[in-house]
Ligand binder design. Structure first.
Ligand SMILES: Nc1ncnc2c1ncn2[C@@H]1O[C@H](COP(=O)(O)OP(=O)(O)OP(=O)(O)O)[C@@H](O)[C@H]1O
Ligand SMILES: [Mg+2]
Length: 359
């Protein structure tokens, strides 16, 4: 997967960008607040996903403009494609002259992975960030999973509201039985899919983390769920915990409470990891995700790395640069010397939302 040409108009502070990226390494450098992350974000938008910064579509166009446009010519295994994404109050995408029903249809056409310091939350925050990471990754490799996720969320909302109503109206208990059966069936699919993904992901992440730490540290990951599928079905487990759920008026067990445990040398990364270790972990997860995408789709996604080098020592930096050597990369930094040790590629200097030099 490679971008050959890129044009950006009125995307945040990027008024007009015209770029013929290098097929390999593209280093985007410049002072703070010049538009480096905006450039990474604009490229990311071509994947048809929402902004990785959690921005609403309306926040993406420049303050003084009523639209933003990102156009690119990119190559995947099949062919050369032209894509155009226009953002007004919402996103609209055109691929090879055909308007897409939804921008998410670009998923599977243009593949990208992004690392941003915001993803440290996967390691540092509570279980919901890790569930989100797994669910988003599974959606990418099997889009049908999104339907299962939505169905589970719908049934869970229904069950939780029923738990409140049963308090006043005990005749509703029969309905709870029916709902439990449906919720458990969907929940088991969810857990099975997540576990299967983690089995694919873990060896990649383990190797990358091992490389990042020059073989000095080991990483382990494990899906954590309270119920034991060997012992009993999820429905029986829900039944067993029903009393507690009725008291709390919410569903306290199930995949919406599950977690992924990340251990460095046997200690939980979230509690005991140093800043560099946590950053390495988050990075290994993201790079591992891109390896899974490659093994499923056969194509190396375009790799977007925002501010990845800070807090990494030179050994770790070198490992990252070496690991991503054979694909198209866009990497931002304030101080280009950390990346410029590298041969080849393009160095793109951004100031005030414009490219001031590209060599
Ligand atoms: N919708 C918008 N319209 C115009 N400007 C915007 C918009 N959204 C953000 N900006 C501006 O874009 C500027 C650059 O942001 P960006 O995050 O790309 O900086 P950066 O070069 O990555 O800086 P840093 O090195 O600090 O990460 C910010 O100063 C911000 O004010
Ligand atoms: Mg930035």
């Amino acid at each position: 997967m490679k971008i050959n040409e890129l044009e950006i108009k009125n995307f945040r502070n990027l008024t007009q960008i015209d770029l013929k990226p290098d097929p390999g390494m593209n280093v985007i450098y410049g002072e703070n607040a010049q538009g480096k992350t905006n450039l990474i974000e604009a490229i990311w938008m071509l994947s048809g996903m929402k902004s990785f910064r959690g921005a609403k579509d309306t926040e993406l166009k420049a303050f003084d403009s009523d639209f933003a446009r990102i156009s690119a010519s990119f190559e995947n295994a099949d062919r050369t494609n032209d894509v155009e994404m226009t953002v007004t109050d919402r996103r609209r995408a055109v691929l090879n002259g055909v308007a897409l029903l939804s921008p998410s249809a670009l998923l599977g056409k243009f593949g990208a992975v992004v690392f941003s310091p915001a993803f440290l939350s996967i390691v540092q925050n509570g279980p919901s960030e890790r569930r989100k990471f797994i669910d988003a990754a599974v959606c990418r490799i099997s889009p049908a999973y999104a339907t299962v996720l939505a169905e589970y969320a719908r049934l869970l909302r229904q069950r939780n509201s029923l738990l409140k109503d049963v308090y006043h109206e005990s005749s509703l208990l029969d309905m709870l039985d029916i709902l439990d059966e449906k919720l458990a069936r969907t929940g088991e699919v969810l857990i099975r899919r997540r576990k299967a993904f983690l089995e694919q992901l873990t060896p990649f992440v383990r190797d990358i983390y091992n490389g990042l730490s020059s073989g000095r540290e080991t990483l382990q990951m494990r899906y954590v769920t309270q119920y034991d599928e060997e012992k009993q079905p999820l429905q029986a487990y829900l039944r067993e915990n029903r009393k507690n759920d009725l008291i709390n008026k919410t569903t306290c067990v199930g995949p919406h409470r599950d977690d992924m445990e990340i251990l460095i040398d046997g200690a939980r990364a979230r509690l005991y990891g140093s800043q560099g270790q946590q950053r390495s972990c988050a990075l290994a997860l993201k790079l591992g995700e891109s390896s899974v995408i490659k093994s499923v789709t056969g194509e190396e996604p375009v790799t977007l790395l925002d501010d990845v080098m800070s807090e990494l020592d030179t050994n770790r930096q070198d490992y990252v640069l070496n690991h991503i050597k054979n694909r198209q990369v866009f990497i931002t930094c304030c101080e280009p010397s950390s990346v410029i040790r590298l041969n080849g590629g393009k160095r793109i200097n951004i100031a005030g939302g414009r490219i001031v030099s590209c060599t």
